[in-house]
Write a protein that binds this ligand. Structure first.
Ligand SMILES: *Cc1c(COP(=O)(O)O)cnc(C)c1O
Length: 411
């Protein structure tokens, strides 16, 4: 191999053929099974990022492979001039998981999270109001509408002007919402837990307060569960989890994507009650959204989570991970519920920790310079957790983390 790894050769070809939007790839991966992946040089890793909270069933799960294969061999794609059974079943299933009862709801399927949010954004315009209140630290996607709701200046600035009438308030601050929402507000959009920001968890009374405030002023409450939904946090939806909300909340809109079909592209904009009827024919559309293969994949994911008891599994493993990771004094805070975990480091060495973890055979994500995010497959095993926790102190050593004791008196 002339001293050049296969990784290296593929990385060079990547740079010559793909737009440089993501920076250099960390690895070129060739196969996976469960929560394990292999790179082009044959090295094995435990995947603790799960394709960014997407690979709910890990890699190559037989039930997902079977469902996709069977559906593709039966009816792969039709346009939305026609309906398919998997699409209808999936919509009914999602409404049932939301537990809406008589209120009911309606679903619009897309191919991604950002498109689910675009659909929701357009839906809010059908209220006759235009103002949307979003939160600081929020991430809602990269298309122009979703970007207008995304707070991060570095993502927004190169593409302004963005669709207008969006205001930002501090996340988790009910008083700020109270002040910002009035009779001109179409909707308030909130992530129940902010994922891209590094797993930021609001107070338990935040969503109930947002529900009350939006109710009082006739605005819609739109929860972006693209990252938190479909079992990731140990409940079907984050807004149903008693550790995250002090009392049950019924949103007007819920958007989903990431884990919904375990890696087959799909998104969903779900609207409850009358909000589900705001679009008229011709108001919105998609060619691929909700195609039979993606819908069958999502049904397989939901069935498997149910049949394998993965909500309980996720809860137990998440707890073990949080306790174990936080036991090291160089971790200053651990946040999250289930298998969406964020932790703060004593020094801003998150990129170094990710690199050291990769050298040790574990895939992690640096959400910010001081925050690590874990969003592993829901099928992560107890053995994977044991191996990672055993390696953790050595990873922090290799990254140069110290206990953060201030030396020399300078602060
Ligand atoms: C990832 C994410 C999105 C965007 O989803 P894409 O499929 O990348 O378009 C939107 N909202 C949240 C909360 C996300 O985590």
């Amino acid at each position: 191999m002339n001293g050049q790894s296969s990784q290296h050769a593929w990385t060079e070809r990547y740079a010559g053929a793909l737009m440089n939007t993501f920076g250099a790839p960390k690895l070129v991966l060739t196969r996976g099974t469960g929560a394990h992946v292999w790179d082009a040089d044959g090295r094995e890793y435990v995947d603790l990022l799960g394709g960014i909270a997407v690979n709910a069933l890990g890699h190559a799960h037989p039930r997902l492979v079977g469902a996709v294969t069977e559906q593709l061999g039966t009816l792969g794609h039709i346009s939305n001039f026609f309906a398919s059974e998997p699409q209808i079943r999936l919509a009914e299933r999602l409404l049932a998981l939301l537990g809406l009862g008589d209120l009911g709801g309606r679903v619009f399927f897309t191919n991604s999270g950002t498109e689910a949010n675009e659909a929701a954004f357009k839906l809010t315009r059908r209220t006759g109001r235009t103002r949307v209140v979003a939160t600081e630290g929020a991430f809602h996607g990269r298309t122009m509408g979703a970007l207008a709701l995304t707070a991060k200046e570095a993502y927004r600035a190169p593409f302004e002007p963005l669709p207008g009438d969006v205001v930002f308030v501090p996340y988790g601050d009910a008083a700020a919402l109270e002040a910002a929402v009035d009779e001109t507000t179409a909707a308030v959009v909130i992530e129940p837990v902010q994922g891209e920001a590094g797993v930021v968890v609001p107070p338990r009374d935040y969503l109930p307060a947002a529900r009350r405030i939006t109710h009082e002023r006739g605005a819609l409450l739109w929860l972006d569960e693209v990252q938190t939904g479909i079992g990731r946090m140990g409940s079907w939806f984050a807004h149903q989890h008693p550790d995250l909300v002090a009392e049950p909340v019924v949103p007007d809109i819920v958007t989903l994507a990431k884990g919904l079909a375990g890696g087959i592209p799909i998104g969903a904009c779900i609207a409850t009650g009358g909000t589900g009827k705001l679009f008229d024919p011709g108001n919105h559309g998609t060619t691929f959204g909700g195609n039979p293969v993606a819908a069958a994949a999502a049904l397989a994911v939901i069935d498997t989570i149910e049949d394998e008891g993965l909500l309980e599994h996720v809860t137990a493993l998440g707890e073990r991970l949080r306790v174990g990771l936080g036991a090291d004094a160089r971790v200053t805070e651990v946040r999250g519920t289930g298998l969406l975990i964020g932790l703060d480091l004593a020094q801003p060495l998150a990129a170094e920790v990710v690199a050291a973890a990769q050298d040790a055979g574990f895939i992690l994500n640096a959400a910010t310079p001081e925050r690590i995010r874990l969003a592993p497959p829901l099928v992560l095993t107890a053995e994977d957790v044991t191996a990672f926790l055993a390696a953790w102190p050595g990873i922090l050593d290799a990254a140069g983390l110290t206990t953060g004791a201030v030396t020399g008196g300078a602060r």
